[in-house]
Design a protein. Structure first.
Lengths: 392, 284
């Protein structure tokens, strides 16, 4: 006799308990500390902070630990926490020109005012496994310059002075907050950049890459990439000058792309822009490529590649949304499946009746397939319904 | 709905802060005023994944009061894991009383079903919606579909249904079957089986729909005309089963197929567990 299965509650509790055990691993191995994650997996921490839109290295590290290293899950944990936080103030726009530089390179000039600074990069490492790290070898302290770095003007500002690159102007518009207001397509560039800044790195990388391979090509040069810390300031009523409330580490990429221009306006290089919390160089480069691709319409280009379709790019960039909707396929769909099954059986019955009526001559060779079960006949026609195939 | 006392768990009553709930309730008022129209709202991240009912949960959180009794179902059943999980969530963050009895609930959050027992005035049914736009799979662009709704350009939907008939002899949409609300907006009733569509028409209860990932909400107020799209020569019809429910004997309910062995054995039972159970108890 069939009895409806009860006990989902106990099953969930047991699953959580088992998960915690798996997360901890074998007890003789020392437990991973959140500080260790924060200090020693800092690029993972950066990615989680960027995609979660919350600058908090310690909590990002906690999320990584709690998610057993699953980055998408860690981003989700931090996002869900972020959404409960009150808004205390709005900061002034960050001044990335005043960044305390750790790394700063340009691929467009050999030498630039302030100099090229490689900083802590994997770029020129040979990707050979360092077996010494299996034995936790000592690491020497970095070499330090005797003088602090001189001011590093933005490379694109130098081009701007000559007029060969389009000028970015602040139109003074109140920025749209994608975490508070629903997207309203088409969205302006500032909103697009917000959406790209919290977009999934892998997704943006693939889209940016596709523009390089001809699906919406825009001839990019890495004008300047800089990593470092900037001051975060807020305006306070009683004070005339803004007050610094702390420093955050950010990455910025300014791409220089092929020119636009018309009979009326002189040709100029165009820009693509990328910005992210923490050290997120690959992400900011991909973001800059996609930002430029999304400007196709504004710059009078034909949108031919996927990376140039704003609704497509933006509506699918968020890993938390994407992972949620894909994973929901694990939820029960008994009712909808039953509805489809009922229709499919009816269609197959009718198909069989028609085949029967038409006589043996016109029967398809499907009839040679062995027939099992009461409701099965052997036809291969499946009602293809793209609507329902895509829907939950 | 003035409940704002923090619960033991340290979160605001029903998880969302009061400003957010207010924003959502404003959206709901607009939705009720324009039946079937999709209202954009500033959907928040919930501590459950998108696609698992975050839209429905935000709506439930916004309308739930401290004295309300909550019921949560998934596939018609109170005991499916996600229903259990959402119910446990509101027990934890709102401390409200929960029930499995349809008649005792003030707010019912549902995924994919409308309870068999007719709902009464004063009850609120909250649907979890994956894709709120009924035209989405005909026209992928939001910009375009918004315009189509504004101009009441729904011809494509009938073309789609007609193509089904031409190919299969039947309308091949069996769930999330599009409806026209109050003679104006073509609306997605969420992926309920079309069996449930007639229950939307002139319902005594308020029906609210929440799509968290898509950040849209909409409503079918009580006593609203809801027609399922069809053709004169192919009128809308609902699923029927040859056998009654194997447990309670009901002939007028949506039945789940249960596979009982590996030799083709199967039985059909009510998908609405509460309805089935109450009937079984009546008989006993």
């Amino acid at each position: 006799m069939y009895v409806a299965v009860k006990g989902g509650e106990q099953a969930i509790a047991n699953a959580h308990r088992w998960l915690a055990d798996r997360r901890r691993g074998e007890r003789e191995t020392p437990e991973l500390g959140v500080a260790q994650v924060e200090q020693q997996l800092r690029l993972a921490v950066s990615r989680v902070m960027a995609e979660a839109s919350l600058y908090d290295p310690e909590l990002a590290a906690l999320a990584i630990k709690q998610a057993s290293g699953d980055m998408v899950e860690a981003v989700f944990l931090l996002r869900a926490y972020r959404t409960t936080l009150p808004r205390l103030a709005e900061t002034l726009p960050l001044d990335t020109s005043a960044m305390r530089i750790e790394r700063r390179i340009s691929a467009t000039y050999k030498d630039i005012p302030g100099g090229q600074v490689l900083g802590p990069t994997y770029d020129y490492t040979h990707r050979l496994l360092d077996f010494l790290q299996l034995a936790n070898a000592e690491v020497e302290a970095p070499a330090a310059a005797e003088e602090p770095l001189a001011d590093c003007p933005q490379v694109l500002e130098l081009l701007d002075a000559e007029g060969v690159i389009e000028r970015e102007e602040d139109d003074g518009a109140e920025p749209y907050d994608i975490t508070r207001d629903p997207p309203d397509f088409p969205v302006d560039r500032a909103t697009r950049l917000q959406m790209l800044a919290r977009g999934d790195e892998g997704y943006l990388l693939a889209l940016g890459y596709s523009t390089q391979r001809g699906y919406g090509r825009n001839h990019p040069f890495a004008g300047e990439i800089r990593l470092g810390t900037v001051e975060v300031e807020i305006a306070v009523d009683e004070h005339e000058s803004p007050i610094c409330i702390g420093e955050i580490e950010i990455s910025e990429c300014q791409m220089i792309n092929q020119f636009g221009g018309s009979r009326e306006t002189a040709p100029q290089f165009t820009r693509g822009y990328g910005l992210a919390f923490g050290h997120n160089e690959r992400k900011t480069m991909a973001m800059a490529l996609v930002d430029r691709a999304l400007r196709a319409e504004e710059l009078g280009e034909t949108a031919s590649g996927p990376a140039q379709q704003a609704e497509f790019v933006l509506a699918h960039a968020d890993s938390v949304e994407a992972a949620g909707f894909v994973s929901h396929l694990k939820l029960p769909h008994y009712v909808d499946f039953q509805s489809e099954l009922e229709l499919l059986r009816r269609l197959r019955r009718e198909h069989a009746q028609r085949a029967e009526a038409a006589g043996p001559k016109t029967r398809s060779d499907d009839s040679s397939v062995p027939v099992t079960g009461a409701d099965t006949d052997a036809c291969h026609t499946t009602p293809s319904d793209p609507v329902k195939e895509q829907q939950a | 709905m003035t409940a704002s006392e923090p619960t033991a768990s340290g979160y605001n009553f029903a998880y969302l802060d009061e400003q957010t709930k207010r924003m959502i309730r404003r959206g709901l008022l607009k939705a009720v005023a324009i039946p079937g129209y999709q209202v954009p709202f500033g959907g928040r991240e919930m501590p459950m994944p998108y696609g698992w009912g975050t839209g429905g949960m935000q709506l439930t959180a916004s309308v739930l009061g401290q004295d309300d009794v909550l019921k949560v179902i998934d596939q018609g059943a109170d005991d499916t894991t996600n229903a259990v999980s959402i119910r446990a969530f509101f027990e934890r963050v709102a401390g409200v009383t929960t029930t499995t009895a349809t008649g005792e609930a003030d707010v019912i959050q549902t995924r994919h079903r409308i309870p068999e027992q007719p709902l009464r005035q004063g009850q609120i049914l909250v649907f979890q919606v994956p894709i709120p736009e009924p035209l989405r799979f005909i026209e992928p662009s939001e910009e375009e579909t918004r315009l189509m709704h504004a101009l009441e350009e729904y011809g494509v939907m009938h073309v789609k249904l007609y193509e089904d008939i031409a190919r299969h002899g039947h309308i091949a949409t069996t769930y999330a079957y599009p409806v026209k609300v109050d003679g104006r907006y073509v609306t997605d009733p969420s992926p309920i089986p079309k069996f449930d569509n007639p229950k939307l028409h002139m319902s005594e209860a308020l029906m609210l729909f929440g799509a968290g990932r898509e950040k849209r909400l909409y409503a079918i107020p009580p006593y609203t005309r809801v027609e399922s799209l069809d053709f004169e020569d192919h009128p809308f019809e609902v699923q029927e089963w040859d056998a009654p429910c194997a447990l309670c004997g009901a002939r007028d309910t949506f039945l789940d197929e249960v596979i009982t062995d590996d030799r083709g054995g199967r039985m059909f039972v009510c998908s609405d567990t509460d309805y089935c159970q109450s009937r079984t108890e009546e008989v006993a």
